[in-house]
Design a protein around this ligand. Structure first.
Ligand code: AHR
Length: 521
């Protein structure tokens, strides 16, 4: 409903009111101020914003783990980086890949560190010393108070190997892998809940040997059975891909799939930042289509699940785990140019992404940003310090305040128009209400580089609301960025202001992210 009304307004304004104003250049509206409205309905909940949509991902890839999470010389966790990851407060952390799972054997990363093998990283190049293995990862998660999410190797690994990993992590009895964990110093089971059945198993050039949905589905059943027999409480994430792939894997695997995964990497055309936002609009459609497909193929409740499986089927409906998302520009440093420098408009893209996840809260219940340090990351490090990239700030801000249930927020705003591209609203929005605290939050993202937007906010749902706080992120320029070459300089400006009245309109500056906080009732 939200999207339809937004689109029709855009169609209307772009064809009638704005028609004569729109040049064919990148931006349609070149004025310095514009008007918009947002109607939020406190009685229209889209769904719960699950905390797991604010997760992170780390992989054995370039300087993501070695030289990012841990010091490359000492193999000890880097406290400067850890402090920044703590600020991101991910409720879930995915590991060890990514594509690298196709060659990863978990037993290389346990036991005395001196005995662990150094292996070639056949996927991403270089060597991995396996000093940051299962237990180091779990300890890292504990420091972050985050839930671990492990992805199993379905290619050079076997169902038995994956099942043994479950036993090693979650086994409570006297069995050999549970005892091995104890011998390694971990008396209590790790209780790992989230397990990914492979990663991008469709990907042709990768070393994957499944690569077609029927083969994947058959193999994934074997993995699921042996893993669930070890621990029937696991939450399994099956590998999704396009519509055709998902059709088959959902039909076959839905009884044991708590989630189907989707990977969303956005990019922009060089010199055309707005193309990033267009792509995000396409992603939202893709999520909606997949939502419909899940509804069609996976009933909420699994009926007639054969008792001889000896474990129960999933307990809830299948949800979407966007277990890799982020912004992947082609120019960057390091391994496969993956050390991307993010400009300020990328941060506006991240806030727009998070608005999408809130608007799609009914189906998107997990999302882990790819990745965390150095590789496509909000945090960059060199051998002696680390910095936050522009994209770090919206991740941090949303995670603190956008909680509870997601509410419908209908935006009417002028259009951003790109040559050859689809019109998009300048203003992007999402809203939430946290019943626990009685506080509501409205997120407003102004994606125009020069135009402020005077926004009329209408709360529907016969409740009294008092705006009491405003959080605002802006930067020194649309393409400004932070760099390790000048680590003290931060181009991002954060402002928190107390508000004591209820102004009829709120003006959001150009290229800004604003969170408005309300007391309800
Ligand atoms: O995040 C980098 C890579 O992108 C991951 O390894 C893979 O899953 C995806 O293609």
């Amino acid at each position: 409903m939200y999207k339809d009304s937004r689109r029709s307004f855009l169609r209307q304004t772009s064809q009638v009111a704005l028609a004569s104003l729109l040049p064919t250049s990148l931006w349609a509206f070149s004025g310095k101020s514009s008007k918009a409205s947002v109607h939020v309905n406190l009685n229209q909940s889209i769904g719960t914003i699950e905390p797991e949509i604010y997760g992170q991902f780390i992989e054995y890839l370039g300087r993501s783990i070695t030289d990012g999470i841990v010091n490359a010389k000492t193999n000890q966790v880097r406290n400067d980086v850890l402090a920044k990851v703590k600020r991101l407060a991910p409720p879930v952390l995915r590991f060890p890949g990514g594509t690298v799972t196709k060659i990863y054997h978990w037993q290389d990363g346990i036991g005395p560190k001196a005995n662990r093998p150094v292996r070639p990283n056949l996927i991403w190049g270089g060597e991995e010393n396996n000093q940051f293995g299962t237990n180091e990862f779990i300890q890292y998660c504990r420091q972050l108070k985050t839930d671990p999410f492990l992805v199993v190797n379905m290619n050079t690994g076997t169902p038995e190997e994956a099942s043994n990993w479950v036993e090693y992590c979650n086994g409570k009895g006297k069995t050999s892998f549970a005892e091995l964990r104890r011998k390694h110093g971990f008396a209590n089971a790790h209780g790992v809940k989230y397990w990914g059945l492979g990663n991008e198993e469709n990907a042709g050039p990768d070393t994957g040997r499944l690569q077609n949905p029927a083969a994947y589905a058959e193999m994934a059943w074997q993995f699921a059975k042996l893993m669930k027999l070890q621990d029937p409480t696991l939450s399994l994430i099956i590998a999704g891909h396009d519509e055709k792939w998902n059709e088959i894997v959902l039909k076959e695997l839905h009884p044991i799939a708590d989630y189907i995964s989707m990977h969303l990497y956005a990019s922009s055309k060089k010199g055309q930042p707005a193309t990033l936002f267009t792509q995000l609009a396409g992603f939202e459609k893709q999520i909606e289509q997949t939502h419909q497909q899940i509804k069609r193929l996976a009933p909420e409740k699994v009926e007639k699940f054969d008792r001889w499986y000896r474990f129960p089927p999933r307990a809830k409906g299948v949800k979407l785990a966007i277990d890799e998302w982020g912004i992947w520009e082609s120019e960057g440093k390091g391994t496969y140019n993956l050390e991307v420098t993010y400009q300020w408009f990328h941060a506006l893209g991240v806030a727009s992404f998070l608005n999408i996840f809130q608007r799609q809260a009914e189906i998107v219940t997990m999302a882990t940003w790819a990745q965390t340090v150095n590789v496509l990351a909000p945090i960059l490090s060199n051998d002696h310090e680390s910095i936050c990239q522009t994209v770090f700030y919206p991740l941090e801000l949303y995670r603190q305040y956008c909680k509870g249930v997601s509410l419908t927020a209908e935006v009417k705003s002028e259009a951003l128009r790109q040559s050859g591209g689809e019109d998009l609203p300048m203003l992007d929005s999402s809203a939430s209400f946290d019943e626990k605290t009685g506080l509501a939050t409205l997120a407003l993202v102004n994606r125009h580089p020069e135009t402020a937007i005077e926004t009329t906010i209408v709360w529907e749902g016969n409740t009294k609301l008092n705006l009491f706080e405003r959080h605002e992120l802006t930067a020194t320029g649309f393409t400004a960025y932070n760099t390790l070459d000048d680590p003290k300089k931060d181009v991002v400006h954060y402002q928190k202001t107390a508000v004591t009245n209820n102004p009829p309109t709120i003006t959001v500056p150009p290229a800004s992210i604003t969170l408005l906080r309300y007391k309800v009732g």
